[in-house]
Design a protein around this ligand. Structure first.
Ligand code: S3P
Length: 179
């Protein structure tokens, strides 16, 4: 299987973008890339450290540059950070260069999966539920705007989610054709 375009995974923290993305890439025998991971490798520090030193603005600048770079690579599966869709250029770019899949997840499930996460700077708050709800209220319309296809990832095994995504792509007529 040769991907004709990138498969871009968007969605909130804890939606499973990295975990599902890695398995999806394996199923498609395509390269897997993860924007946060690429930023960690490039800078040699954790995302939380970038937030501490450069603020969210600095991180968003790095994220935007990294997404451009990764989209210039040969097609593969790309996991983005939960806030990648905040920037209108990013939303346009992701849609232009790829088939965008929104991994939709409830706040309850996000909370369950992110638990006592110390790696995600936006969850270092007394009330992570309130934070996740506020982020979802702001971002859900942006995820919908950016996505070609939406898939629920609240239930099921990773394998089932991968199948669900591939089925949704086939059904929608969005490509994962042989090149
Ligand atoms: C963020 C999500 C994180 C990471 C950063 C900011 C966000 O990625 O990019 O902490 O704004 O939602 P994940 O969605 O992979 O957790």
């Amino acid at each position: 299987m040769h991907l004709a375009r990138h498969l871009v995974l968007i969605g909130p923290m804890g939606a499973g973008k990295s975990t599902i993305g890695r398995r999806l890439a394996r199923a498609l025998e395509a390269p897997f890339r993860d924007s946060d991971q690429a930023i960690r490798e490039r800078t040699g520090v954790e995302i939380a450290h970038i937030f501490d030193i450069e603020g969210e603005t600095g991180f968003r600048r790095r994220e935007k540059a990294m997404l451009r770079e990764l989209l210039d690579e040969p097609p593969g599966v790309l996991a983005t950070g939960g806030g990648a869709v905040l920037d209108a250029d990013n939303r346009r770019l992701l849609r232009e260069h790829g088939t965008v899949v929104y991994l939709r997840t409830s706040v309850d499930e996000q909370l369950r999966r992110t638990g006592k996460d110390k790696r995600r700077p936006l969850l270092q708050t007394d009330d992570p539920r309130a934070r996740l709800e506020a982020l979802m209220a702001e971002r859900h319309p942006l995820y919908e705007e950016a996505a070609h296809v939406t898939v629920d990832t609240d239930r099921g095994t990773i394998g089932q989610m991968v199948h669900r995504i591939l089925a949704a792509l086939d059904e929608s007529g969005n490509d994962r054709q042989h090149a």
